[in-house]
Design a protein around this ligand. Structure first.
Ligand SMILES: [Zn+2]
Length: 108
């Protein structure tokens, strides 16, 4: 039973539509799919203004991860990120992600 479920998972990954970019705050933010190790699900790089989703994690197809990194992009592009220590920014964004994502899913 467990192996049958595991066998289905790659199909789900293959069927995912990988967005190449997303427009936010008037910027086209590229979305790149890379193996970025075993700890992070994704990352927003303010230097390249790009989002990286970790193909090493099953959740790289998960729009909730994209939503989290999108919030980092919004904080950067609006200048809010410069006002906050990175740990505080991440904590605020995690709270927003955890409480807004279920509402977005509910409303869509
Ligand atoms: Zn974060």
């Amino acid at each position: 039973m467990g192996s049958a479920r595991a066998a289905l998972h790659p199909v789900r990954v293959d069927l995912m539509i990988r967005r190449k970019s997303i427009t936010v705050c008037g910027y086209v933010v590229p979305i790149r799919y890379l193996n970025i190790g075993t700890t992070k699900y994704g990352e927003y790089d303010p230097n390249t203004k790009s989002i990286y989703l970790n193909t090493n994690k099953d959740a790289h197809w998960n729009n909730q991860v994209l939503f989290h990194e999108l919030l980092h992009a919004i904080f950067d592009l609006t200048g809010i990120g410069e006002m906050l220590p990175p740990k505080v920014e991440h904590a605020i964004i995690t709270a927003l992600e955890n409480h807004l994502w279920p509402l977005i899913k509910f409303l869509s």
